[in-house]
Design a protein. Sequence first.
Length: 462
Amino acid sequence: MHIKAIAISLALAQAVSSVHAAAAAKPASNSSSTSTAFNSKDYWKSFTSPVNPLNISLPSLPQTTSHDPTQECVDYPTPTEFKFVASEWPSIWETATSNGMNTSAEFKQLYNSINWSKMPNIPVRKLGPNGAPDMTGYDNAKDPDCWWSATTCTIPKNPGVNADIYACAEPDTWGLTYDDGPNCSHNAFYDYLEQQKLKATMFYIGSNVIDWPYGAQRGIKDGHHIADHTWSHQLMTTLTNEEVLAEFYYTQKAIKLTTGITPLYWRPAFGDVDDRVRWIATQLGLTTVLWNLDTDDWAAGNSEPVSKIDQNYQDFVSMGSNGTFSKGGNIVLTHEINNTTMQLALDYLPKIQQAYKHVVDIATCMNITYPYQEKIIAFKSFADAVASGITGGLPSASVSGGAPSASGNAAASGTPGSNSGSSDSSSPAKADAQTKAPNSGMTLAPTTAVAAASLAVLALFI
C-alpha cells in the first residue's frame, strides 16, 4: 500500500489567509440533462484570443531578457493583446470557483452542458489531519476508482474516461517535462533549452499564466509543448465536481488568451487523480499525463538534501545506459519552480543526453501531431523528428507524414523497472540562493511566479 502524508501550507497572493475549502461551493446546477445547444468539448471555441501562436514577438523588457531575478520578477503590465480584468477571473491562487466564477454565464453554460448522470459514482475525497487525502476505508487491493494517490494506478477502471499517458512509447527515450511554470525567473533556463534545441512538455498553472503572461508566451514561442496544470495546484480528488471543472476551465482560458492555443493534455497537482476527475477532464477533451520516474527535485534543499536528489538523477541517468528503457521510454517528473530545480536540470541535461538516445517532449514521444484544440501548430512524428533533428511545435503546413491527429485518448504502456511510485509533491516555494548556469554566466533565481504565495509540501511513501 502506498500511503501519502502531505503537510500543506499555503500563503496566497495579496495576503489571502486561507485556502478555499474543498467541496464548500454549491453546484452551479443540479441538472443532469445535456444541453443540445452547447457541447462541453466545444467550450474552447468561445475563447477569443488576438494572439497568433505562430507569430509571437516578446517585447524587449528586463522581465523577458534579463538573467537577474530582481529584474525578471518585477510585476509588469499584461500584454496589450491580453486585457486582464480581475472581475472576470478567479482569485489568483484560490480555488477556481472563487470570485464568483462558478456563477458566471460562461461557466454555468459549460457546467449545464455536461450529463453528470454518466459520471462514475466516486465520492469527493476528504482531507485528513495531515493535509493528505483521507484514504480510510478505501479498498487498495481492488482500487475501483484508479486512485493514483492510493495505488499509483494509471489504467482507468471506468468507461468513458481517457486513458492516461505515463511513459513514452519509444525506447531509449527520456520524456522531458517541467511542472509549475511559467516561472518569472526562467529566462536562463529557457535560453539553455533553446541553445540545446531541447523541447519539453511544460505544465503551466493558470494563476502563474495570469501573473506572468510573457513567460507563457515564451514557452509557446520556443516550441515547447504546453499543457494544463490546474488553476491553483490543489489536490483535485478533494474538490467538488464544480471546482474540478473550474480548475480546468479557467486554466484553459488563461492559456488560450495569452498564447493562442488550448491544450489537450493536463497533469494533476501531486498526481492526485481518480476516475471521477479523469471523467471531468475527458468532458473537456483533456487527457491525463503522469510519470514513471520522479526526481523529487521539488524537495531539494527543503525536506531532502540536494545530494539525495543528485542521487535520484544519477540513478535515472544510469537507467539510460543499462538497458532499463530498451523496450520503452520514461516520463520524468521535474519542475521549474525555483533556482534549485532549474539548476539541477542544467547540471544533468548533458548527462541525460549522453545516456539516452532521445530527449523529447511528450507530444513527440507519443506521436501526437496535434496536442492543441487548434490545428495551427503540429509536432512531427517521432521518426520524422529523429531523422530531421527537429522537435517541438511547428506550423501545421510544414509538418508532413506525421502520425494521425491525437484526439486526447493516447495511452502508454508500462515500462519494466521504471515505476518510482512517488508523488508530484511540487511546491511553488521560494528558494533563498541564486546560482549560475554552467559556463554561461547566467543567474538563475528562485521562483516568484506565485508572488506572495508559497506552498510547502512533504510527500512520503511507505
